[in-house]
Design a binder for this molecule. Structure first.
Ligand SMILES: Cc1cc2nc3c(=O)[nH]c(=O)nc-3n(C[C@H](O)[C@H](O)[C@H](O)COP(=O)(O)O)c2cc1C
Length: 239
């Protein structure tokens, strides 16, 4: 399993800002991901204004600086799922760079961001330097949000024995971030075909679905079709 998948947890207390080199690397990643996905993700060097009031952050987030705006044309098919799928690819690359990250949809002042007409801001991803170990205050917030945890076997249903490569992919899905730690993505393995779906009752379910699919393919390879119930193609190149 990719080490970034194992290592990643949401980090909410930041220390030093990004260096110029790190900023350039992230901008490069976003450029490539935007070309492939049709999204318009963008790094905001100083997004602190959206995170400076406890009214919005609930005290969860400390010293936020840079953030990736995860957004795209409102009309883009599967917009939310693409945001999850490509946003999480950027998250894992930023974890490889030694940075802390946190997806944020709720605990921020959304009005702070200027979004072009015709575009929709789905989430942001905080990024920056963090202390190597989570301090007690950060651990407390994490424990408050993560009151339950599903393991891989609870996130897949099957009518036959599940192949080892699929179970390995599911272990990466177990480690994927999800809004309010809902872990709502469900994988179905039936007649040799794997699909992934969400109940689609919650506004961020489709983002979580994209993130779960990304964690799966980072580990088991292949590609996933977009869409609720989209199919896995194990033979395809790593996306
Ligand atoms: C789409 C999405 C939105 C999220 N929004 C917030 C948020 O508004 N505030 C926050 O503190 N964490 C937010 N999170 C982080 C989740 O709470 C976190 O991923 C989950 O509790 C699992 O913990 P982990 O990421 O440390 O594994 C969000 C995560 C996702 C995927």
């Amino acid at each position: 399993m990719r080490s970034a998948v194992k290592k990643r947890i949401s980090r909410r207390s930041f220390t030093e800002p990004l260096t110029q080199y790190e900023t350039e690397c992230i901008n490069d990643m976003l450029k490539k991901a935007n070309i492939e996905s049709g999204l318009t993700m963008e790094l905001l060097h100083d997004a602190s204004g959206a995170f400076c009031s406890k009214k919005y952050t609930k005290g969860f987030i400390k010293n936020a600086g840079s953030a990736v705006l995860v957004k795209g044309p409102a009309e883009l098919p599967d917009l939310k799922e693409r945001c999850g799928y490509y946003g999480e690819a950027v998250v894992l690359d930023m974890v490889d760079m030694g940075l802390g990250t946190c997806w944020v949809a709720g605990t921020m002042d959304r009005d702070y961001f200027n979004i072009a007409d015709g575009e929709m801001l789905i989430c942001v991803i905080l990024t920056g330097h963090v202390d190597e170990k989570c301090k007690v205050s950060e651990k407390t917030v994490r424990a408050m949000i993560r009151t339950r945890h599903k393991d891989a076997s609870e996130m897949i249903e099957s009518d036959t024995e599940i192949p080892a490569d699929i179970m390995e992919g599911m272990k990466a899905v177990e480690l994927a971030p999800s809004a309010v730690n809902r872990q709502n993505s469900m994988f179905i393995y039936s007649r040799g075909v794997l699909t992934a779906q969400v109940p689609d009752r919650y506004v961020l379910d489709r983002v979580d679905l994209g993130i779960a699919k990304r964690h799966f393919i980072e580990t088991a390879g292949g590609t996933f079709d977009f869409g609720n119930g989209g199919m896995w193609h194990p033979e395809a190149d790593h996306a």
